[in-house]
Ligand binder design. Structure first.
Ligand SMILES: Nc1nc2c(ncn2[C@@H]2O[C@H](COP(=O)(O)OP(=O)(O)OP(=O)(O)O)[C@@H](O)[C@H]2O)c(=O)[nH]1
Ligand SMILES: [Mg+2]
Length: 326
């Protein structure tokens, strides 16, 4: 039986002692020390990475969408439990880039892998190893992070698809654990979090337990507006849109006043975003306002404008400026 080390110098991991890697004591040991570390969430676009994080965090901090390429930045958020603290890094989904903005997103995803203790790689129950995953996992084969596979959307799996998926990805011999989940239905999330924590190094929390996100309010507010741009527009318009929060200030009677502009890449997109008699921009504004009120916990007055910056999605400087995270 593993016994508690008595001195700091005696704090060897049980791996170095006589314990077997999979013995019950080792598992108990892994679960009883406070653990802290960085966990990157990776995977193809639209597999549910941001949905998973929102569900784990218990609040809508990250933008999600039925349309691909919703996430544009490496976004850090903090999840604290009694067992450990995870600094999660959400990343843009892996995809075939079609323009400069797409290539920028892919670079962001790869940058997200730096310094991670654990890579949570998210897939869907496709039944076989997807070629994009094979390439990405090959690329990260020598990365020092522990890799955990999250098979999301198990609510959509038909027949033996889940079992076949688990077998196919296990055969890659890269994953310490493979966990079926459904982010949207809240299935398997506790298991996923506990397993991830068990792979983190021992350490004290890096953030106070009430911190959920280390980004400025402006960024989170901009993401909520962009979320509703994705909901209310189609084709190229959501991908040509960026949101810039001009200011947030305390107004009268506890109302928070926010001024934000949506930047599009062409004049015609401006018209689409505004819509007939302003119906599209109104729908975006009222949806975003409700979400921002939830986030900030105050009443919100949101003023939205639309401006076009021709071809910003093709210019490096503009991409940096308009997708910049603070
Ligand atoms: N059926 C089902 N749908 C899900 C589940 N989890 C997420 N989704 C849906 O999948 C879509 C994509 O979710 P996101 O969380 O935006 O995906 P993502 O991986 O962050 O996408 P990118 O940011 O574009 O890389 C959304 O419509 C979600 O509602 C799930 O467990 N089951
Ligand atoms: Mg996302």
């Amino acid at each position: 039986m593993y016994t508690e080390p008595r001195t700091a110098t005696d704090r060897r991991s049980p791996c170095q002692s006589d314990l077997q890697d999979n013995s019950e004591e080792w598992l108990v040991y892994r679960m009883t020390r406070y653990r802290t570390g960085f966990v990157g969430v990776f995977g193809q676009t639209n597999v549910g990475k941001s949905t998973f994080l929102n569900e784990v965090l218990g609040r809508k901090l990250l933008m999600t969408s039925a349309k691909p390429q919703a996430t544009r930045n490496r976004i850090q958020c903090v999840h604290t439990t009694d067992e450990g603290q995870i600094v999660f890094v959400d990343t843009p989904g892996l995809h075939q880039p079609k323009n400069k903005l797409g290539r920028h997103l892919l670079r962001e995803a790869h940058r997200g892998a730096r310094g991670m203790n654990v890579m949570a790689y998210v897939i869907e129950p496709w039944g076989a190893v997807h070629p994009v995953d094979r390439d990405a996992l090959d690329h990260w084969a020598d990365h020092e992070a522990v890799k955990v596979l999250l098979v999301n959307k198990i609510d959509t799996a038909r027949g033996n698809a889940l079992e076949e998926t688990l077998l196919a990805y296990a055969a890659l011999d890269q994953f310490a654990d493979l966990i079926p989940i459904s982010a949207a239905r809240g299935i398997g999330l506790d298991d996923a979090v506990r397993t991830i924590i068990s792979h983190l190094p021992e350490g004290d929390p890096l953030f106070p337990s009430d911190v959920a996100c280390e980004h400025a309010e402006e960024f989170l507010v901009a993401e909520l507006v962009r979320d509703h741009v994705f909901r209310h527009t189609r084709q190229e318009v959501p991908y040509a849109s960026a949101v810039n929060v001009k200011w947030i200030r305390e107004g009268e009677n506890g109302v928070t006043e926010i001024r934000a502009e949506i930047v599009v890449a062409r004049e015609s997109q401006r018209g689409i975003l505004i819509g007939k008699a302003g119906n599209v921009i109104k729908a975006i504004g009222s949806g975003a306002r409700a979400d921002i009120e939830q986030l900030l916990g105050t009443r919100v007055y949101l003023q939205l404008t639309v401006r076009s910056e021709p071809r910003w999605t093709e210019k490096d400087d503009d991409i940096e400026r308009l997708t910049n995270i603070e």
